[in-house]
Structure formats: structure tokens, C-alpha cells
Design a protein around this ligand. Structure first.
Ligand code: NAG
Ligand code: NAG
Ligand code: NAG
Ligand code: NAG
Ligand code: NAG
Ligand code: NAG
Ligand code: NAG
Length: 259
């Protein structure tokens, strides 16, 4: 009898847990949730907890987002980077990052440096791209310990294939895992100068589905590289395990990267 009751009770508890979990999943997938009393949007972008805008709305300083209301629409900014998407389920955030350039008509090459501090650039969802003729783009962690890159060559003007970043006019590679502070530089090897169809070399990290090579980019990409491209950032909650986060009712903050 006692056993029977105990089994029943356990089943009840299990059922309750399952229900709670499914409610949480339903809530998390239907819409992102800010802390009660906190603004959950900035312009077109949802700002779910653990991120937040006002004091008391974010988990800690690493999750603080500012909303630039003087822009139309207002834009969320994370550590100086414009944010276009925050996903709690994936533990990802999409930010706009700069483009490194090296142009014939400018005196100095323009490097691109991005400081995430603690979060890291996804090495699965981003590609590292160089565009240009006889152009080398290099990526390195700003602590100097890791470096890599790719080389793009042009032999003739009509050898490019739109949609293919195959080393002719465009090359691509990956960055290593766990890079938070990224520096990108572009150098040209001999004979790029004076190619009327390619004044600049470019190097940048970009969300892989957001970039497809097109030969006009050789002439001009994103206003000579003064624009930005989207890149995916992986974020995690401190060193805290997801279990602890659930106990503290921060369950929505448990992306796969936190496990
Ligand atoms: C905001 O999002 C809506 C729906 O996705 C879109 O139609 C609109 O153009 C966006 N507004 C701006 C200013 O980006
Ligand atoms: C908002 O954006 C504008 C234009 O980029 C910039 O000049 C201004 O400093 C920003 N304001 C804040 C509070 O970040
Ligand atoms: C936001 O990011 C998530 C994960 O990276 C993705 O699944 C989702 O489609 C993105 N949403 C928008 C509106 O881009
Ligand atoms: C990234 O740069 C910041 C300073 O901007 C520094 O505090 C932090 O330790 C750096 N992170 C890594 C992993 O190098
Ligand atoms: C430099 O950064 C990389 C990636 O963030 C990290 O793996 C490495 O341990 C760091 N090295 C030093 C000396 O801080
Ligand atoms: C470009 O080519 C012209 C003529 O071929 C030459 O006079 C000029 O010095 C070249 N400019 C550069 C930057 O190499
Ligand atoms: C979770 O709760 C523990 C104990 O109450 C506390 O030490 C910890 O800082 C909390 N973590 C968060 C993310 O609130």
C-alpha cells in the first residue's frame, strides 16, 4: 500500500515536471520574455532575458544592451555592435561587424577589430571571407595566439563565378573556436594595383547564409567596406550550469551552448 502511494506520488511529481517543462518550452518558442516590468523590444528586435536594457533588467553586465532611440527604427547595441537578433533557444545573437579593407586609393589599410569580451564568435555559423584580386585576408585573436586566413587570386577578368567563393576573386575559410576578440587585416600581394575592376581587397567574418559572392563586389563591396555584415555570436551564462539557472528561474536562458 505504502509502495503504491509512493509510486503514484512520484508519477504525479514526474507528470508535474513534464508539464512545467513543456509549458516552459512552449513559452520559450512562442515569444522571448523579458524580466517582468522590463522593455522586451528595441525597435524591431526582441530583447529576451538574460539580456535587458534598463538596470535590473539584465542578468549581469555581460547581458546589458543599450537601445539607441534616436535612430528610426531604434537599434539595440551590444558593446558597440548593432544587434539584429537574439535567440534564447540557440544561445545565439546576431551582431553587425566591420569589414577590413585595403584600397589602392587610400594611404593605409583599414583593419577591423571586434571585442566581444566574454562571448565568442560561432565558428560553425560564420565564414571568414576575403574578396579581391591577389588579396590575402588574415584573422587573428587579438591576444595574438591564433592566426589564419585565405588567399584570393585573379588571373583574368572573366573567370569569376557568382555564388562561388572558390579562390578566384573570393576565398573562404573558418575561424577557430572560442575567439572573443577578433582582428582582421587585408594585404595585397603583387599586381593588384591598377586593376580597374578591383580597387579594394576586403576581409570579414559573416553569417554563412548571409553572403554569396557576386563579381560586382570586386568593384565595390558595401560602400568600399564602410558598411557592416551580420555575424553570429554564441553566448552563455557565466559558469553556471543550466540546472542552477532553472532553479533560479532563469530557465529561458538555457541555450545549447550553456550545457
Ligand atoms: C520591422 O519589421 C517588419 C516586419 O518584419 C518589417 O516589415 C519592417 O520593414 C521592419 N522595419 C524596419 C524599419 O526595419
Ligand atoms: C545613436 O546612433 C547615432 C547614429 O549612429 C549616434 O550618433 C549616437 O551617438 C547614438 N546614440 C547613442 C546613445 O548610442
Ligand atoms: C534569430 O536567430 C535564430 C538562431 O540563430 C534563428 O533561428 C532565427 O531564425 C533568427 N531570427 C531572425 C528573425 O533572423
Ligand atoms: C578581449 O578584450 C578585452 C579588452 O577589450 C579583454 O578584457 C578580454 O580579456 C579579452 N578576451 C580575450 C579572450 O582575449
Ligand atoms: C587567446 O585566445 C584564445 C581564444 O580566445 C584562447 O584559446 C587562448 O588561450 C588565449 N591565449 C592567451 C595567451 O590568452
Ligand atoms: C597605374 O598604372 C599607370 C600606367 O600604367 C602608372 O603610371 C601608375 O603609376 C600606376 N599606379 C599605381 C598606383 O601603381
Ligand atoms: C542562483 O542562486 C544562487 C543561490 O541562491 C546564487 O548564488 C546565484 O548567484 C544565482 N544565480 C543567478 C544567475 O541568479
Amino acid at each position: 500500500m505504502a509502495l503504491h502511494v509512493s509510486v503514484k506520488f512520484r508519477c504525479f511529481v514526474l507528470l508535474l515536471c513534464l508539464q512545467l517543462v513543456s509549458v516552459q518550452i512552449a513559452v520559450a518558442t512562442s515569444r522571448p520574455i523579458a524580466k517582468p516590468g522590463c522593455k522586451d523590444r528595441c525597435g524591431n528586435v526582441s530583447i529576451p532575458y538574460p539580456f535587458g536594457i534598463a538596470d535590473g533588467c539584465f542578468l549581469d553586465e555581460w547581458f546589458k544592451v543599450t537601445c539607441n532611440d534616436s535612430l528610426n527604427p531604434p537599434k539595440p547595441v551590444y558593446r558597440g555592435l548593432s544587434v539584429s537578433n537574439i535567440s534564447v533557444l540557440d544561445g545565439e545573437m546576431t551582431t553587425e561587424v566591420g569589414i577590413a579593407t585595403n584600397c589602392d586609393d587610400q594611404h593605409a589599410a583599414d583593419d577591423s577589430m571586434t571585442f566581444l569580451g566574454k562571448f565568442t564568435f560561432s565558428n560553425k555559423k560564420n565564414k571568414f571571407i576575403a574578396i579581391g584580386c591577389n588579396t590575402v585576408a588574415l584573422h587573428k585573436a587579438t591576444n595574438g595566439s591564433i592566426s589564419g586566413g585565405c588567399l584570393s587570386i585573379c588571373t583574368a577578368k572573366d573567370t569569376f563565378t557568382n555564388g562561388f567563393c572558390n579562390g578566384i576573386g573570393c576565398c573562404e575559410t573558418r575561424i577557430p573556436a572560442a575567439i572573443s576578440n577578433l582582428s582582421v587585416t587585408v594585404e595585397d600581394i603583387n599586381e593588384r594595383k591598377n586593376m580597374s575592376f578591383n580597387l579594394c581587397g576586403y576581409g570579414f567574418l559573416v553569417e554563412q547564409n548571409s553572403f554569396s559572392f557576386s563579381s560586382p563586389y570586386l568593384k565595390d563591396f558595401k560602400s568600399k567596406g564602410t558598411g557592416t555584415v551580420p555575424a553570429v555570436v554564441d553566448w552563455t551564462i557565466g559558469n553556471e550550469k543550466c540546472d542552477d539557472a532553472i532553479r533560479n528561474s532563469t530557465s529561458y536562458a538555457c541555450g545549447p551552448n550553456t550545457l
